[in-house]
Ligand binder design. Structure first.
Ligand SMILES: [Zn+2]
Length: 344
């Protein structure tokens, strides 16, 4: 397998990878707020924020350019390592309304540790020519960010493509022409149910660079073990918020379960602090409790994987077991296994 563990030094302290960046909706006027967690989950001192949303929220932006710190605005500890993406997924229909330089400056202002470059996401509906234009434009914007960036944060170039060659060429071109600390594969959300294709794209990215590799938007409970197996260093997730909004209870190995359909129990099987202290009916009635539990479920998945590696378990056997209940993901995993065996 391509799984790897590293420690990355950032302006706000070291972060052990592979790691998850939970999405924080700071800046967005949204009811889907992320409850604070960095003081509760010791190995999750990470967060992903949307730079454009923060910049566009005028009152907040004035506070942040004044004497207010982003991390206290987010109710997060001062050591929280922040990945600030550009907010590119808001440009699915249009072209960006901010320049690459403005975004880098905003990311530096808020003290981002990882800076994601401005990108134009692809769509599975878009014609080939339109997607190619978007790929070229994202590449140009990444190189502009590379020229503008002079801080201590890690600059992560966004790469897009729906075939392995495009991903590989994209990374090689950016590596030759810019200065980046890592790469992030975007545009995978529209094709996420096509596990085999997604897996091939990620393997292509992993082969093209030794540097930090992030995958945007796929840090849900099913994808996580697959991303770890493929050697991804970090990923972000809204799955814990979205599942709670849809009243779904996440559980490693069991995926997503509508909480309304669980009957005849007082207590849920998860030992996380939320489930330990609350009854099923309390969690059912309180979205914040459900969101907290769902985040614990994602962290537990990550801890289990790390544990299996540390205990020197046969990881392919472990993953055979993990994917046994999900035929679609399992097929992608089996294909990936064959590909990786040829590589190593
Ligand atoms: Zn729980």
């Amino acid at each position: 397998m391509l799984y790897r563990e590293r420690t990355v030094d950032t302006p706000h302290g070291p972060v052990d990878t592979p790691t998850l960046f939970p999405v924080r909706n700071v800046g967005k006027r949204s009811s889907d707020n992320t409850p604070g967690y960095t003081d509760r989950i010791p190995d999750l001192q990470t967060a992903l924020v949307n730079t454009r949303a923060i910049k566009n929220n005028r009152p907040q932006w004035e506070r942040l350019t004044g004497d207010h710190e982003l991390r206290s605005e987010m109710d997060a500890t001062a050591e929280t390592v922040v990945f600030a993406d550009s907010g590119g997924f808001d440009f699915e229909e249009s072209d960006p309304d901010v320049s690459a330089v403005e975004i880098v400056e905003a990311q530096e202002t808020i003290g981002a540790d990882f800076l994601g470059t401005v990108d134009l996401p692809l769509s599975r509906e878009n014609r080939r020519a339109e997607n190619q234009r978007r790929i070229d434009e994202s590449t140009r914007l990444a190189l502009e960010a590379s020229d503008a960036h002079d801080g201590d944060g890690h600059l992560i170039a966004s790469v897009h493509g729906y075939d392995p060659e495009t991903i590989e060429n994209g990374i090689e071109y950016l590596e030759a022409n810019g200065k980046f600390d890592g790469y992030a594969v975007g545009s995978l959300v529209p094709i996420r149910t096509d596990y085999e294709r997604v897996t091939k794209l990620i393997i292509a990215a992993r082969r093209a660079t030794e540097k930090h590799l992030h995958v945007y938007g796929l840090g849900g409970i099913t994808y996580q073990p697959l991303l770890l197996y493929l050697g991804v260093d970090s990923f972000d997730s809204t799955a814990f918020i979205q599942s709670a909004a849809q009243r779904n209870y996440l559980s490693p190995g069991h995926g997503c379960q509508p909480i309304a359909e669980i009957e005849g129990l007082d207590r849920l099987p998860c030992p996380c602090p939320t489930c330990k202290d609350s009854t099923l009916s309390e969690i059912r009635a309180d979205r914040t409790l459900l969101t907290r539990h769902n985040l614990w479920a994602l962290v537990t998945e990550l801890r289990r994987f790390r544990f299996a590696v540390a205990a020197d378990r046969d990881m392919e056997e472990y993953l055979d077991m993990r994917f046994a209940g999900n035929p679609v993901a399992n097929r992608a995993y089996q294909t990936a296994k064959q590909q990786i065996r040829r590589l190593t």
